[in-house]
Design a binder for this molecule. Structure first.
Ligand SMILES: [Zn+2]
Length: 165
């Protein structure tokens, strides 16, 4: 059972309460001063990294291009390249900040595949620990507590500062 916990279609369910319009466009178009409030961790040239407010595990990050496009083959080569670079950076920051033992990394393309936000491509980077299925039953109750998200955000932001130094 724990081995099969990764069920990408559940992510759509967990992303659940979505705002009107596209989450990724809404958040990325807001002023940078609001990045912390919006859990945007890092902005690249063509894409950005944000913390999932409805995490699958603690530290669940999402990488998205700024461009509102639904599928990877639609991205310009440089955008696709940075999308992958930002995925790698997300893994590095999570390793440094919260020391996971493994990761699930992936994209759900289109509703039928379980995408929570189907028309704006995004990569999920989900840190994993042995026994985190137990943690998840706890997290299911606490995941809306802002302190937990803020504390993870701060640790990741510190890891980013050290990485970009
Ligand atoms: Zn969008």
């Amino acid at each position: 059972m724990p081995e099969t916990m990764w069920t990408p279609w559940r992510l759509g369910y967990i992303v659940g309460e979505r705002p009107e319009g596209c989450l990724f466009c809404l958040k990325s178009k807001e002023p940078r001063e609001k990045d912390k409030e919006n859990y945007i961790l890092h902005r690249g040239r063509s894409g950005f990294i944000m913390l999932n407010s409805f995490p699958y595990t603690n530290g669940h990050l999402m990488v998205a291009p700024y461009a509102h496009l639904a599928s990877p083959e639609l991205l310009e080569p440089e955008v696709l390249h940075e999308f992958i670079d930002l995925t790698g950076l997300s893994v590095a920051l999570l390793r440094q900040a919260i020391g996971p033992e493994g990761f699930n990394i992936g994209m759900n393309v289109a509703d039928v595949a379980g995408a929570g936000v189907a028309d704006h491509l995004h990569m999920h980077v989900v840190p994993r620990w042995k026994g985190d299925t137990n943690f998840m039953s706890v997290l299911a109750d606490i995941r809306l507590i802002p302190e937990a998200l803020n504390s993870t955000y701060e640790r990741l932001a510190e890891a980013l500062r050290q990485t970009l130094k």
